[in-house]
Structures are given as C-alpha cells and as structure tokens.
Design a protein around this ligand. Structure first.
Ligand code: 5AD
Ligand code: SF4
Length: 440
C-alpha cells in the first residue's frame, strides 16, 4: 500500500540537485506552479514536492530514491511527489516500478507541461512525460517572474552532441540546441528589470551557442550594453568551442568576468582519446595560453575524472601534471562512475574503488593547495564584490569577487556592488572590509 496523499495541492516546494541548469529549470518550474495558483511552501513541508534530479553519476541518481523515502511524514501520509530532471529522463517508467511514492515523472525538456501533469496526478493517474518535443519548452514557458536574485541564471543552450564516452548528458538532455537571440535578450532584460545585476549564461556547452551565424561573444557584447547589468559570466564550456571571438571578449568587455570553467577531464592523451574528448593536453594548454594572453588575471576552473577505465598510474600522474601547469582557482574532481548505456561502462579494465579513492584524494589535495594559493594572492588587495545573500550573522553579507570567490563582508545590502579590502583568505572563502561604495 502507498501512503495516503492529498491530491489537491495548495503549496509546493522544488528541490534541485546537480548542475546550475537544474537550478534554472527549478526556478522555472516554481514560476509555472505559482502561475497555476499554488503557493511556495513556507517551511520544509509542502503538498507537492518536485525533486529535480541529477543522473550524472550513480550516487546522484540513486539519491533520489532515499529522498523520496524521506518525504513520508510521521503520520504516514506523504506529499504529492514529482520526479523531474535527468533521472526522470533516463529511467522514465522504471521509477514507477521501483516505488509507489511517486505521482509524476517529467523530463528536462517537458517540464513546461507540469501544470497539466499536476492535474493528471490529482486525478490519480501517474503521468509520464519524457518527450523531447520539437517545439522548445522555452517557447511555452511564461515570462520570468518579477522576483529574481542579484545573480541570475539564464539558460541559452542545452544538450550535447560531443558524446564523451563516460557521459549521460547527450542521452538525458538530448542534442545541442541554442535558444534564439531575441528570446535570450528578452529574458535578460526582464531579469535586469527585476533586479539582477549579474547574469550567468548557462549551457552544457554554452560556448557552442550559435544562432543565425552569431556566436556567444556576440551575445555577450550585446548583453554588456544593458545599463543595469554589471557582470556577465558563462558556463560550462568545451575546449573545442573556445573561439577567437570569445577569447577576445575576455580582453575587450569589462563586464565579462575574469573566470573560465573549462574542463579538461584528464591530463593523459591516451585517456582523453578513450574518453572521445577530441582534444589533447597540449591543445588544451595552448587554448589557455591564448586566454591568458587576452586576460592575464583570469581564474581557471575545471572538472576531472579519476579512474576512467584503463587509467594507469602514469596516466594519473599526467593529470596531476596538467593541474600543476594550469594552476586552478578552483576545480571539481570525481571518481569515474559507470553510467548505463554509455560506451565506457562496458570497457575492459575498470579501475578498483580503492585505487580511485587514493587518486581522488591526491588530486583534491593538489586542487585545495592551488585554491588556497589563489585566494591568498588577494589578501591586502582591494576588489569589487557583488553582494548576493545574507551571511550567517546579523549585518553580514556574502558576495562574489570577479574571480568567483565567496567574500564575507560586514555591511552593504544584497544587490549592491561594493569595493572591499580583502583581509583574510581560507580555502573556500575570503573576508573583506567595505571600502567606498561604488556608484550603481
Ligand atoms: N563519472 C564521473 N564523473 C563524470 N562526469 C560526467 N560523467 C561522469 C561519470 N560518468 C563529470 C565530468 C563533467 C562533470 C559535470 O561531471 O567531469 O565535466
Ligand atoms: Fe558530457 Fe562531454 Fe557533453 Fe560535457 S562535452 S556534457 S562531458 S558528453
């Protein structure tokens, strides 16, 4: 028997996991539900809970089932539950077979239909929508809500055609699709009118965005003309789509922040080939040289996978070596996780978990060392901070430096761009003291 459910929800909560695109999708789903007449829940408990899930690694994908279990209330009832995002796309009806405690399954390209699906679930059916319709969900979504954060996300591109052999994204998010110039500009203007001071353009391969012969740097150049917008960022990029124009934009457009998330994944050319990355460690480093020529202070972030099938000690040493040569401000590293349906999952020579653990520890220690060194270089310097949210203590605010470091400041207000003097630095955040306030 399933737990009793209230089938006419008044309140909702959307919980997003995984990447920033999911955060963006989560906000859009919340806007849809509000437009449908539901209210965002005040506390943890809601009549309808949307779990906006991530399928990139096994741990993330399995987490959804324990999350569903935790939604049961002490009195034995549970909320109406929707599983959205990439687990919904990848597992579809299998989710209904594995648990009785789910009422809606909706994929990342179909969530504009969420209101109909909620109605169907209210009638007791268990709707499943994992279509990848030719008409983009973006065309069907309502205009952006009036309340936005100081730093807002804007999805401009989705999907991936690169088919790295370890990755589920081409299957869960589909082929590369770019949103239109006008749709993006309209949404950006709405975000700025609603108070956004910074926009981060999002895409699985955001630098592959192209529309009508225009490329990402053209879009950035146009966005930089919006008077209320102070900062522009973009993520995630692929090395092979790092065009000259985008590199030049880092030199020419002051509003484009000096930060680049450019995953290389491994430092071993043998492994890069097996990953189907279609770049080498040398071609990656050559791109970085050009980026740093254009913008010498740029902060470089990245992603790494350790323990890809066949990775030898020498391959792993090559990864440590490329990290040393890059000098990251931050980077993410993961143990390889075999994903169903991807070519790497059935490759011979899968790596033992304890070997992966050891490699991950060594890599993360090196990255933390670089992160601390990068942060420490700012101590004693004055920099601009965009205040994004209240801090832990009264009067304290947390903002971001141009290089995306978190800065804790005593004073100011959310949405303000202020100058601070950096007085201390740790691995994950810095402390700033307010200098003069900058004009908006
Ligand atoms: N196993 C481990 N890490 C993965 N990533 C993608 N697929 C896998 C996988 N199967 C990592 C990559 C990517 C980041 C978002 O997640 O480093 O850049
Ligand atoms: Fe996955 Fe590779 Fe596409 Fe990135 S570029 S989403 S790692 S297939």
């Amino acid at each position: 028997m399933g737990a009793p459910v209230n089938r006419s929800p008044q309140t909702y909560r959307v919980k997003s996991f995984g990447c920033q695109m999911n955060v963006y999708d989560g906000e859009r789903m919340a806007e849809l539900l509000s437009a449908q007449g539901l209210a965002p829940a005040e506390g943890e408990d809601a009549d309808l809970v949307v779990l906006n899930t991530c399928h990139i690694r096994e741990k993330a994908a399995e987490k959804v089932y324990s999350d569903i279990g935790r939604l049961r209330r002490e009195d034995g009832t549970r909320p109406l539950v929707a599983v959205a995002g990439c687990v919904a796309q990848a597992e579809g009806a299998e989710i209904y077979r594995r648990t009785r405690d789910v009422d809606i399954v909706v994929g990342p390209q179909a969530y504009h239909r969420l209101p109909e699906l909620v109605d169907a679930a209210a009638r007791g059916s268990r709707p499943l929508d994992t279509d990848m319709p030719p008409v983009s969900k973006f065309d069907a979504l309502p205009a952006r809500a009036r309340q936005v954060r100081a730093s807002a996300f804007l999805t401009v591109q989705e999907g991936c055609d690169k088919f790295c052999t370890y990755c589920v994204v081409p299957y869960t998010r589909g082929a590369e699709v770019s949103r239109s110039w006008n749709a993006i500009m309209d949404e950006a203007k709405a975000l700025v009118d609603a108070g956004a001071r910074e926009i981060t353009l999002l895409g699985q391969n955001v630098n592959a965005w192209s529309y009508d012969g225009r490329h990402l740097h053209d879009l950035i150049e146009e966005l930089a003309k919006l008077p209320g917008l102070a900062r522009i960022r973009y993520t995630t990029s692929h090395p092979n789509d790092m065009r000259d124009g985008l590199i030049a934009a880092h030199r020419d457009i002051p509003k484009l922040m000096p930060f680049l998330h450019l995953p290389v994944q491994s430092g071993s050319d043998r492994i890069l080939k097996a990953m189907n990355r279609s770049h080498t460690s040398a071609s990656y480093l050559a791109i970085l040289d050009r980026v740093r020529d254009a913008r010498p202070d740029i902060a470089i972030s990245g992603d790494y996978i350790v323990g890809f099938p066949g990775e030898t000690d020498a391959d792993f040493e090559a990864t440590l070596e490329i990290v040393r040569r890059i000098g990251h401000s931050m980077a993410f590293s993961f143990k390889y996780s075999p994903r169903p349906g991807t070519p790497a999952a059935t490759m011979a020579e899968q790596i033992a978990p304890e070997v992966m653990d050891e490699r991950l520890q060594r890599l993360q220690a090196l990255i933390v060392e670089q992160q601390i060194a990068f942060n420490q270089r700012l101590v004693g310097r004055r920099t601009e901070v965009l205040l994004e949210r209240p801090g832990k203590y009264p009067g304290q605010l947390i903002g971001k430096s141009p290089w995306l470091q978190s800065i804790v400041v005593d004073g100011g207000a959310v949405g303000e761009l202020i100058e601070v003097d950096i007085v201390a630095a740790g691995p994950n955040s810095l402390t700033g003291v307010m200098s003069d306030r900058l004009a908006a």
